[in-house]
Design a protein around this ligand. Structure first.
Ligand SMILES: C=C1C[C@]23C[C@@]1(O)CC[C@H]2[C@@]12CC[C@H](O)[C@@](C)(C(=O)O1)[C@H]2[C@@H]3C(=O)O
Ligand SMILES: O=C(O)CCC(=O)C(=O)O
Ligand SMILES: [Fe+2]
Length: 341
């Protein structure tokens, strides 16, 4: 069943395949986002990651800093990426290799705290990667791409550059105690968000995810919002039993803009307990070529072929809110879009 509580679709993965595939396509076209119920990932696996993550974030700052900085993987606190973005959160970025690769994790594995977390994360990542592949196969069916595995092959691959992230947003009144001081981050659209009265800080600022698909799960603390195509920020009520599925920039390019990556953000945590969210970012191998799938091109191709390595490099050299996909887009105004061959 697809419901539209609060405007965004909720998709039940246990219903008939031909129906679910259509529902997912519509949700990706209209929102670049949907909530997923009956996803089949065991609650025990999810709880183990949640427990180990809370245990990690409860450690003293000096101990956590030993697992950082996150360049590109490891522990981060308030600084996001390399271009000066900040937010009211701390986080862990870990490899989500398939199968778990010792060499990729070698720097991290020498850290005892991360060793423990990596074990439970690996179990979770394998389950969520399978779920991501199922969703991508359903999309391929719904879009009649001909080859039903054309999308899932991109991440169901030993070289996949997938990443796992746990974000921890302390409650507002604890942030001062929990964090090492850093400059405050002011939301770009503060005037709109607060009617011009009080600038507010954000947990994690507006952005789209550069990868193909993000599978996000949080505890019962809210703050997550997506930007709808009609120009409104929609708050997504937290539900620990479901997943949020977010279309990333690479999926937008693969579908030649039929799907739009969803811009999203997390507001600062005004609750009395922390928000804990875990994300699997499904990505292809670094050297995979991304270009619109031929069946997605009716007349004009919107993107030049590029590798995931190029898009990732562009993302990391830009600010969080930047629209990195534009770098690979043919320019409409110069009328130099390529016609379908
Ligand atoms: C400011 C940045 C953080 C980010 C890398 C970037 O330069 C731009 C994209 C950001 C993002 C968003 C989705 C994921 O959370 C993430 C891990 C990713 O792959 O791209 C983050 C990067 C990050 O936090 O390092
Ligand atoms: O923490 C969340 O709820 C969302 C995080 C997110 O969008 C990200 O890490 O890319
Ligand atoms: Fe994100």
């Amino acid at each position: 069943m697809t419901s539209r509580a609060l405007g965004v679709p909720t998709i039940d993965l246990s219903v008939d395949r031909s129906i679910v595939s259509q529902q997912i396509v519509i949700a990706c076209e209209e929102y670049g986002f949907f909530r997923l119920i009956n996803h089949g990932v065991s609650n025990a696996i999810i709880s183990r990651v949640e427990e180990e993550s809370f245990r990690f974030f409860a450690k003293p700052g000096s101990e956590k800093q030993q697992a950082g900085p996150p360049n590109p993987l490891g522990y981060g606190c308030r600084t996001i990426g390399l271009q000066g973005d900040t937010g009211e959160l701390e986080y862990l970025l870990l490899p989500a290799a398939n199968p778990p690769s010792v060499s990729q994790s070698s720097k991290l594995i020498s850290n005892n705290d991360l060793q423990i977390i990596s074990c439970v994360v690996n179990e979770y990542v394998q389950a969520v990667r399978r779920l991501t592949c199922d969703i991508l196969d359903l999309v391929a069916e719904g879009l009649c791409l001909g080859d039903n595995f054309v999308l899932s092959r991109l991440i169901n691959n030993v070289e996949s550059d997938a990443v796992f992230r746990v974000n921890h947003y302390p409650p507002l009144d604890q942030t001062a105690k929990a964090f090492i001081p850093a400059p405050k981050f002011i939301l770009q659209d503060d005037k709109i968000a607060n009617n011009g009265d009080h600038p507010s800080r954000v947990g994690l600022g507006e952005h789209s995810d550069p990868q193909i698909l993000t599978i996000m799960r949080s505890n019962d603390v809210g703050g997550f919002q997506i930007f709808s195509h009609d120009g409104l920020w929609i708050s997504i009520p937290p539900n620990p039993t479901e997943f949020c599925v977010i279309v990333g920039d690479t999926f937008q390019a693969l579908t030649n803009d039929r799907f739009k990556s969803a811009r999203h953000r997390v507001m600062e945590n005004f609750n009395d307990k922390p928000r804990l969210s875990m994300m699997y970012f499904g990505a292809p191998s670094l050297d995979a070529t991304i270009c619109p799938i031929p069946r997605m091109v009716s007349s004009l191709i919107h993107y030049r072929p590029f590798t995931w390595r190029e898009l990732k490099k562009a993302a990391y050299s830009q600010r969080l809110a930047d629209r990195r996909l534009d770098l690979f887009k043919y320019n409409h105004n110069q009328n130099n879009e390529k016609k379908k061959c």
